[in-house]
Design a protein around this ligand. Structure first.
Ligand SMILES: *Cc1c(COP(=O)(O)O)cnc(C)c1O
Length: 468
């Protein structure tokens, strides 16, 4: 029998490849969304379908809610592409990537004034959340060892924090630790020494101070808390370590406020985490945790991968993980140096201060944090003195129609009555863009002066005025 004269499959596909983009049959139908399709489609078609769908996510550069990197140099994009096959866990297969991770740890230890930067222990993570889990676990293990050595019970660990990022709530729930979170009171939005001391006891595994509190952007007073804990130790013998959540501040304070003592200069600070993908300026997917001393990271938590002979511990929640972000972090260190980081962070800070001044001038707002002594961010509330034709939530909604994401939210305990609005200034949010945002914000106010929002009217009718 003769061979079938039907065209082989490949030729049919080839013809489809000639179809113009947006002209082929696949663009004339809705593709399956919740089931894997039976048949394949050309790569270019699939690419454009997915690419176009992502358009609906909006423009990340206008997202002033996020702390995370939304602009990188083309060289970083290139390195990320080159590193698409690098697995961070495979230190045997990719020893140079492992070496670069190791260098970053030492660079950070040095930047954070570790007395023995060349001999510190630490690792990269997927972000500050994982880094916080690892830092918290080390605190818990160390505390437990001490308790068992003393013949005491070790079943009621607690952790003291100020108003913290959700990752510490997660840490406490996942690892069965009581969270003693210091609530906000009145105009105090941070922890202070007095509030920390009130909560310390023999079951306290540590105190977490945040350098760049999520809700306002302010730095918690690490030194004041450390000194208070020194005093507590003298009086009672309780030796309570500090972990600093420097998710943002860890990459800012060394450049913008080098004189501020928050890091390993304070003996009581045993570990620090930071997000490489926030002010570390690396692309999404990298965080860091560094311990002051090898002894501060309990050996039982380390899974030693000895095929490299180095001292990089395998201490992570995940196994396989991409390596590109770590490489990009190293590139940034090399490319920018202290000089470059300073210039970038300072220009962000200047924009934050400029925005605070502009927003204060508009009239209805009172600045809570102006970007000067913490992270390049600002946050404000409505003045309490008079009723307005809008709420901060209305402003947020209205700005969204211009593409800007400027979140309004209520504070956590005990200031849930207080609504604020916040802007994070990141690399790429230039003074020019900032002035365009201010134009849009003034247009919002004009709009509400002519068309009061429904919510503000209900509040007026109710006779009271609540900022919510
Ligand atoms: C962002 C942030 C975190 C969480 O960090 P990820 O890198 O997003 O996991 C933890 N703590 C603080 C203070 C943060 O700002």
């Amino acid at each position: 029998m003769l061979h079938s004269r039907k065209k082989p499959h490949a030729i049919k596909d080839n013809k489809e490849l000639l179809d113009p983009i947006y002209g082929s049959v696949d663009f004339g139908r809705v593709l399956p969304r919740y089931k894997i399709p039976l048949k394949e489609i050309p790569a270019a078609t699939a690419y454009h379908v997915v690419h176009d769908e992502l358009m609906l996510d909006g423009n990340s550069r206008q997202n002033l809610a996020t702390f995370c990197t939304t602009w990188v140099e083309p060289e970083v994009q290139q390195l990320m592409t080159e590193c698409v096959d690098k697995n961070m866990i495979d230190k045997d297969e990719y020893p140079q990537t492992a070496e670069i991770e190791c260098r970053c740890v030492h660079i950070l230890a040095d930047l954070w004034n570790s007395p023995e930067a060349a001999d510190t222990i630490g690792c990269s993570t997927t972000g500050s959340s994982e880094a916080a889990m690892l830092g918290g676990l080390a605190l818990k293990w160390n505390w437990r060892k001490k308790r068992i050595d003393q013949g005491k019970s070790a079943d009621k660990p607690n952790l003291i924090t100020g108003p913290v990022q959700i990752c510490w709530h997660k840490f406490c729930r996942y690892w069965d630790v009581e969270l003693r979170e210091i609530p906000m009171e009145g105009n105090r939005f941070l922890m202070n020494a007095e509030e920390v001391l009130k909560r310390c006891d023999e079951n306290t595994i540590g105190v977490v101070s945040t350098l760049g509190v999520t809700f306002t952007g302010q730095y918690e007073p690490v030194k004041e808390v450390a000194e208070a804990l020194d005093g507590l130790q003298k009086k009672t013998g309780l030796d309570i370590p500090i972990h600093v959540d420097g998710a943002s501040g860890g990459f800012l304070a060394p450049f913008l406020s080098p004189e501020l003592e928050w890091d390993f200069r304070l003996k009581r600070v045993k570990s620090i985490n930071a997000s490489g993908h926030k002010f570390g300026l690396a692309p999404l997917g990298v965080g860091w945790v560094v311990w002051r001393d090898k002894e501060d990271l309990p050996e039982e938590l380390i899974f030693n991968v000895n095929y490299l002979g180095g001292n990089m511990p395998t201490f992570a929640l995940n196994f396989s993980r991409p390596g590109g972000e770590v490489i990009a972090q190293y590139y940034n260190f090399l490319r920018l140096g202290k000089e470059g980081y300073y210039k970038i962070q300072k220009s962000c800070q200047d924009v934050a201060v400029y925005l605070s001044e502009e927003i204060a001038k508009m009239g209805p707002f009172e600045i809570i944090y102006n970007g000067k002594d913490g992270i390049p961010a600002l946050c404000w509330k409505l003045k309490e003195s008079k009723a307005q034709n809008f709420t901060l939530f209305d402003i947020a909604d209205r700005l969204r129609t211009h593409g800007w994401l400027v979140p309004a939210y209520t504070m956590p305990a005990n200031r849930q009555d207080l609504a604020v609005q916040r802007i994070l200034v990141r690399r790429g949010f230039s003074r020019d863009l900032a002035s365009l945002l201010m134009d849009d914000m003034r247009r919002c106010l004009e709009h509400f002066s002519k068309h009061p929002s429904a919510k503000s009217l209900t509040e007026k009718e109710a006779g009271g005025f609540k900022h919510s």
